[in-house]
Design a protein. Structure first.
Length: 273
């Protein structure tokens, strides 16, 4: 990209802080890039809204944020929002837009058994976008889907210093393992950016509580998304002229409770949007 202000940030938008799983990978690829992290707590939960509501909200929000913060690129760090609104946002904004979608392609490439599980929100797993990904990249495999929006709360609780409820995690995993052909499942796609934040807990419950094989892999697309962002920004110059920031559409005091974990991801300033 040419003629971009070196201080122009990369904008990552999520409904909450699940997008930190993407930010962590972006930091590895582009450690010098200024970051603006946006949490749309006022819009939660996207998975219970209609597609039209999600598309309008995400497009409008990103439009206003682009005007205010002048990012060089925006990443919709939310699978539900991406599967619904990515096309609309790309039509209305002039900066590059990167989405996050379930890692069906790498799961299909990695499976040895041909059976893949997908955990996501209800808003994600029902999308035609996901059907199309399955048809294009996993036509020779069996894809088992389960909506587990309750895992979002468990991830957010962990970030606030709590311990994810093993019973909640087990119930979500059981819903996959009780489906036909699940005995052969060797890949579980974490199809919500919140879910990788509790990957270790999910894997432990799967093996210790449910007796799953240790060969089952829990995968997500964050590293691939970060590589895509880095590719689109290849040749860009980066310069921090101030702290990396996080903004929220919701209650800023509630957001401040996440200050320690945001600091651990290099976010030094919290603001109300």
């Amino acid at each position: 990209m040419n003629n971009v202000d070196p201080a122009s940030p990369i904008l990552l938008l999520d409904t909450g802080v699940g997008g930190l799983s993407v930010l962590g990978e972006v930091r590895k690829c582009l450690p010098d890039a200024p970051i603006l992290f946006a949490a749309d707590y006022a819009g939660q939960p996207y998975g219970q809204k209609t597609e039209a509501q999600v598309a309008a909200r995400v497009a409008g929000l990103l439009g206003r944020m682009t005007e205010r913060y002048r990012p060089r690129l925006a990443c919709i760090a939310c699978n539900t929002a991406s599967t619904i609104a990515l096309g609309m946002v790309r039509e209305v904004l002039e900066i590059p837009i990167v989405g996050t979608v379930p890692a069906i392609k790498p799961a299909a490439e990695n499976t040895l058994t041909g059976v893949i599980g997908l955990l996501g929100t209800a808003g994600t797993i029902r999308q035609k976008y996901v059907d199309d990904l399955e048809s294009e990249f996993a036509s020779g495999t069996t894809l088992l889907r389960h909506a587990a929006p309750e895992l979002v709360d468990e991830a957010e609780a962990k970030l606030r210093g709590g311990t994810p409820d093993r019973k909640v995690l087990a119930a979500a995993l059981n819903a996959l393992s009780e489906q036909d052909e699940a005995m052969a499942m060797d890949q579980v796609i974490l199809g919500c950016t919140h879910f990788p934040l509790i990957r270790d807990e999910l894997a432990d419950v799967a093996m210790s509580d449910l007796g799953w094989s240790p060969d089952v892999q829990f995968i997500d697309g964050a590293a691939g998304i970060a590589r895509r962002i880095a590719h689109l920004l290849e040749g860009d110059t980066f310069e921090r002229t101030g702290p990396d920031r996080a903004v929220t559409t919701g209650d800023v005091d509630h957001f401040f409770s996440l200050e320690p974990v945001l600091l651990s991801y290099g976010i030094d300033q919290i603001e109300q949007f």
